[in-house]
Design a protein around this ligand. Structure first.
Ligand SMILES: [Cu+2]
Length: 393
């Protein structure tokens, strides 16, 4: 073979390899005219539709929406998810004796956890029902795993209230024009739009109506977990997974015993409570669980709205950290992962031995205000011999 022929053969070989590699990638499905693909990602969603509808059904609908700390299972391949998360006001408890009238997505703070795969499409509908009293407890439990979880146990014990207010939603996981999809809707109005999860990660969604600090501090946020198309390198090793969201509250007690947002306090970044999963007791009296030797994965997010978090698990090392939940940001052996307001991470550790492990914000003033979670690790036989002592919490 001449040198030229060898060169042609090599070039042809590369071409074939590239074509095979491309064929192995799932090719994105374009649904609407005007959509287009750049580097495997789908852009050019149709305009959002703002409308009125005669809807008084369940406020949260869809198989992919769960209640913290649970994550819905994913079917193989890419899918389109129909999701509804209505805006409702609820009087909720975030610590024993601390109740306030929250502005929520779906009825809890944080709102539902949405789980999709990179490349999935979300057909999203949201009605602003802030002027109605909408019960988030039965009989609407069949509409979503989220509402089902509400029916069994809920620390926030929501009571429907009416607080008419304009709102919006901004999904950090989406790549769309904010002035269109994140537009504000009035009480009684609905909005519908689509987005494709182009990037994997642990993302916040929140209301974006100014002053955004007020709307987020009132409770309008939640998380979307977008699992990578090809997974994380450690997927096959993980035994347990939980979603843990930290957020700040800025509340002061009124004369009637009900609490209310103290906006001045929020503007000064002086939280009254810094807590996981929406209640001081969410992950203390109800610890996460694992068996010794298991690999535990946490989908962590720090909502803020103002301050960073420095998450550490006492008695272990964060074996793997995928910063922001992207498998390309693959860190090893962190003692603490720092998350700014609206940063997320997928963190994993090996549960070392039987005992009580504490996840905390190592900015200790925040731990003092509630940012503590317990992970109860049983012996390797799955038994709990009860030898664990309190660490003062
Ligand atoms: Cu709002």
């Amino acid at each position: 073979m001449t040198a030229r022929r060898v060169l042609i053969a090599i070039v042809a070989g590369f071409g074939l390899a590239a074509a095979l590699a491309a064929a192995r990638q799932d090719s994105p499905v374009l649904v609407h005219p005007g959509e287009y693909v750049v580097e495997g990602r789908v852009f050019g969603m149709p305009r959002a539709e703002v409308f009125t509808e005669d809807y008084d059904g369940p406020p949260v609908v869809g198989d992919a929406v769960t209640k913290l700390p649970e994550l819905s299972p994913l079917a193989p391949g890419n899918h389109t998810h129909d999701v509804r998360m209505d805006i409702v006001a609820q009087r909720i408890e975030i610590a024993p004796g601390v109740r306030y009238d929250a502005w929520t997505f779906g009825g809890s703070v944080p709102g539902p956890v949405l789980h999709v795969r990179e490349g999935d499409r979300v057909r999203f509908t949201m009605k602003n029902r802030s002027a109605e009293r909408v019960a988030v407890t039965p009989p609407s439990t069949g509409a979503s795993p989220f509402l089902q979880a509400f029916a069994t146990a809920d620390l926030q014990r929501p009571e429907a209230v009416a607080v008419p207010m304009h709102h919006s939603i901004d999904f950090h996981a989406a790549t769309v024009a904010g002035d269109d999809k994140w537009q504000m809707i009035q009480p009684g109005e609905s909005i519908r739009f689509e987005w494709v999860a182009n990037y994997p990660g642990v993302f916040i969604y929140h209301c974006g109506v100014p002053p955004v600090l007020q709307h987020v501090a009132m409770g309008q946020y939640g998380v979307v977990v977008v699992s990578p198309r090809n997974g994380y390198p450690t997927d096959g090793l993980v035994d347990r997974e939980y979603v843990v969201v930290q957020s700040e509250f800025y509340l002061t007690e009124g004369e009637d015993g009900l609490y209310a947002l103290d906006f001045e306090r929020a503007a000064r970044k002086d939280p009254s409570h810094v807590i996981f999963n929406g209640h001081l007791l969410a992950l203390t009296t109800h610890p996460l669980t694992a068996d010794a030797g298991e690999r535990v994965r946490l989908y962590l997010h720090n909502v803020g709205p103002n301050d960073q978090a420095s998450h550490h698990v006492i008695g272990t090392v964060l074996d793997r950290v995928y910063y922001e939940g992207n498998p390309g940001n693959d860190w090893r052996g962190l003692q603490t992962v720092v998350l700014g307001a609206s940063n997320g991470a997928v963190v994993e550790f090996i549960a070392p031995e039987e005992g009580d492990y504490i996840l905390l914000d190592h900015e200790l003033a925040d731990a003092q205000k509630g940012a503590i979670a317990h992970i109860r690790v049983r012996s390797r036989t799955g038994e709990d011999t009860g030898i664990v002592t309190s660490m003062g919490h």
